[in-house]
Each structure stands twice: as structure tokens, then as C-alpha cells.
Design a protein around this ligand. Structure first.
Ligand SMILES: [Zn+2]
Length: 298
């Protein structure tokens, strides 16, 4: 299924939304089929080490991991458009790697390739941290080709997690609300965002986060699109919302600053032509497109 943003803005550089992998969940419990795919000449392997991809000669290295079969847990990602099987594994930290963020920022690889990395990176990260049962502490084993871990001691099952994050652009009259964190590059402003909490709806999380971070009351939350964000396993849920007023109270903790920007200024920021060198998130991030669509509606 095409993501809404890629439908509305064809050719955009938004990251991680264009995977061609058919995940084939029906094959995961068929260990014979998975082993046949793993041993086939067409099998491709994505090695992940932290936020980086195993590489050779400054390109991703899709050869099988350098270790005897069975010594490296391999996760079945699925079949690509040409029906070649793809796997992910935890790469030895000694192998050369390419860091994902510069690849993303530089547009150095086709988007379809980058999107496969998102699935691989989030899954490998989860396995790295779930070698022991959260219920009883016993070592767990990988099952379902990497989509489940099983505890042999207490029989608990553990499943890969995705962490939902709401990311929102509040609008009021002809202006939209953006903020910046102290750690961001100088001049960058973006949509406010925060992790959803247990027991919340998307709408409640948006209302709570906008109030906590900027002291702004919002309503009429409207879903726009989503983006997987594999640092390590978030799902960005992009929305627009209507603010009740323009008063601000920046918390100073999560945000260093928040401001209301008028449409003309936002246009300059999106196009990197702002006289004060302010700019609005990079095109690979969903925030850029939420902001671009918002100013068409304010
Ligand atoms: Zn257990």
C-alpha cells in the first residue's frame, strides 16, 4: 500500500516509506522454506551494527555473513520485487559499515534500498536487547524467522516492538507552530513530537504533548500520514491540529524554543531561503511534508 504522502507528493525524498519487501509472514513458521531461501544464491543479507550497515568499498555489502550457518541469527525480511529473499543479521562491530543517517541525509542510495534498512535495523536492535526473558530472566531463542522470541523456561513469548510517536503541526489563522530542541543543528525548526503513552489515543497524545511542550491547547486532530523511523524502532504518526490560541509557554526542557511562523516565512524555511538561515526539517523527514501541507491549509 502506498503511503499517503508519496501519493500526494510523488518524487519526494521522504525516507523509509518505499520498501518493496513482501514480508511473507506465512513463510516464517516454515523453517525448511526459510533455510532453502537462506542457502540460495539469490539470498541477500543486511548486516546491522548499531545505526550502520555492513559495507564493502563504501557500498552496502549484501553477501552472507562471515560465520558458519547457525552461529549468526538471521531474520527473514521477505521477498523483494524480483522474488529474491532478504535477511538481516547483527554484524560484527569490526566490519566496515556505512552510517544510516548520512546515507539518508545525502540521498546516497535509492529509497527502496533505504527502506529495507529500516526493517532490518529495527528488528536487529530488538533482538540484541531481548536475549533474555523479561519475565523470568532465562535465555530466549529466536522463532518465526525472527518475528518472535520464546522463553524455554517459562514459555513466555516476546514479539518485536514498534514505538508510536505522534508528530504534529498545530495551525492557527495563517500561522503554524514549530519548535526546536537544543541538540538540533542551528536554525532548524520542526514539528513538535512525542512518544505515545499506554492507554492513550493518538488524539489524546497530540493534545497532551502540544500542551506539555509548548503550552498550546489544540483540537480537531487530523491524521495525515506515517513514517517508520528506525532509530531504533519508532513509527511517526503525522497529524495536523487546530490551536485554540497563539499563546505559548515553552517548557524549556524538551524544547529550547517554539514559535508561530506565518506562511511566507515557512515557505522561505522550506526552500532554505530564510534571511535568518532558519529552515524547516529535511525532506527525508515526515515533518517537512506535514509543514508543507499545513501552509496550504492555514
Ligand atoms: Zn521466561
Amino acid at each position: 500500500m502506498q503511503n499517503l504522502i508519496s501519493q500526494q507528493l510523488p518524487g519526494t525524498k521522504i525516507g523509509f516509506i518505499s520498501s518493496d519487501i513482501d514480508r511473507r509472514a506465512d513463510l516464517r513458521s516454515d523453517s525448511g522454506a526459510i533455510l532453502t531461501y537462506r542457502q540460495s544464491d539469490s539470498a541477500r543479507f543486511i548486516g546491522i551494527s548499531g545505526d550502520a550497515v555492513a559495507s564493502r568499498d563504501q557500498k552496502p555489502d549484501y553477501d552472507r555473513p562471515f560465520a558458519p550457518a547457525g552461529e549468526v541469527e538471521t531474520i527473514f525480511l521477505g521477498l523483494d520485487a524480483g522474488l529474491d529473499p532478504w535477511f538481516a543479521y547483527r554484524a560484527n562491530s569490526a566490519v566496515p559499515t556505512l552510517a544510516l543517517r548520512p546515507i539518508l541525509l545525502g540521498g546516497l542510495l535509492p529509497e527502496v534500498e533505504l527502506s529495507r534498512f529500516a526493517q532490518a535495523r529495527s528488528l536487529v536492535h530488538w533482538h540484541e536487547r531481548h536475549g533474555f526473558c523479561a519475565n523470568c530472566g532465562a535465555p530466549t531463542t529466536m522463532q518465526d524467522a525472527g518475528y518472535r522470541r520464546q522463553c524455554p523456561a517459562c514459555k513466555a513469548e516476546h514479539f518485536p516492538r514498534t514505538d508510536p510517536v505522534v508528530i504534529m503541526v498545530a495551525m492557527h489563522g495563517g500561522a503554524i507552530l514549530l519548535g526546536r530542541q537544543a541538540a538540533w543543528p542551528e536554525g532548524m525548526y520542526s514539528a513538535l513530537a512525542g512518544f505515545m503513552e499506554p492507554g492513550e489515543t493518538i488524539e489524546q497524545a497530540v493534545i497532551r504533548e502540544t500542551w506539555e511542550e509548548a503550552g498550546v491547547r489544540v483540537r480537531d486532530v487530523r491524521y495525515i500520514a506515517s513514517q517508520p523511523w528506525p532509530f531504533p524502532a519508532s513509527l511517526m504518526i503525522g497529524v495536523h491540529a487546530v490551536a485554540e490560541e497563539r499563546s505559548l509557554h515553552v517548557d524549556g526542557n524538551e524544547l529550547q524554543d517554539a514559535r508561530w511562523f506565518e506562511r511566507d516565512e515557512i515557505n522561505l524555511m522550506l526552500n532554505r531561503k530564510h534571511p535568518g538561515n532558519l529552515y524547516a526539517a529535511n525532506p527525508y523527514a515526515i515533518a517537512h511534508h506535514l509543514i508543507g501541507q499545513a501552509i496550504e491549509h492555514v
